[in-house]
Design a protein around this ligand. Sequence first.
Ligand code: PAF
Length: 283
Amino acid sequence: MQIAKTASELKAQIKQWRQQGLTIGFVPTMGNLHQGHASLVEVAKQKADKVVVSIFVNPMQFDNPDDLAIYPRTIDDDCEVLTALGSDLLFLPTPEIVYPNGLEGRTFVEVPKLCDMFCGASRPGHFRGVTTVVNKLFNLVEPDLAVFGEKDFQQLLIIRRMVEDLFINVEIIGAPTKREPSGLAMSSRNNYLTDEQRTGQAPIIYRALKLIRDEIKGGNLQFNALEQAAIDMIDQAGLKSDFITVLNGQTLEPAKEQDRSIVILAAAFLGKARLIDNLYFEY
Ligand code: PAF
């Protein structure tokens, strides 16, 4: 696997592949790779001739400097994982490359409304940081397709909207959430949990999501009551729920009885981690 640390190294390789008529799949990440990321790379490999992965812990999407400081950085292990997966190129830029004029007063890209709700409300500025960096990375890599995890459901929806609104020439592919045997969604943030939190407490989030889904499929459309029951279940397990919300799976508007595409979004705090998960279904 090649490593490009500058935009010109990256662009030179991309240009060569383009001249050979090869297609390029892209997987943007913040590193600390786990099986969830591996599945994104595998999807990209199936769909494109060459796979570029970026690792960049994007300062602009952290609303809390302490969170940025402790975010796990495991570059040597990540390189091994990516090499074993058969990635073709790792783009490893510095903040100076991604933000050449510094972070203050930088140009940004934002998808209003969708960026402000749920995780956006809990983490002001977070999605503006995500859309801005993803836009920059798309401009540098110019991929044919890019793969994002469905675990970050709101992020995926926002990126799809940005690509549509700005006519960005890239196909966005969502890859299914990878879960630990307990049902806990895989995330770099699971590393903040103790063993007991990880196996004993955190899996309650997915159990609560499944419970709501089963109730809805069984005809119980008392969405507020279902949300409250899930919040109580999660809080009683010792987590602190941020939100559990039943939404229209396309618009993220509160679900209505006639909706048949549903997503339940969940976020909860446990120890040092803020965990998110979701369950999408049609019925
Ligand atoms: O999902 C992530 O890891 C990040 O938000 C992303 C898309 C790599 C942008 O920094």
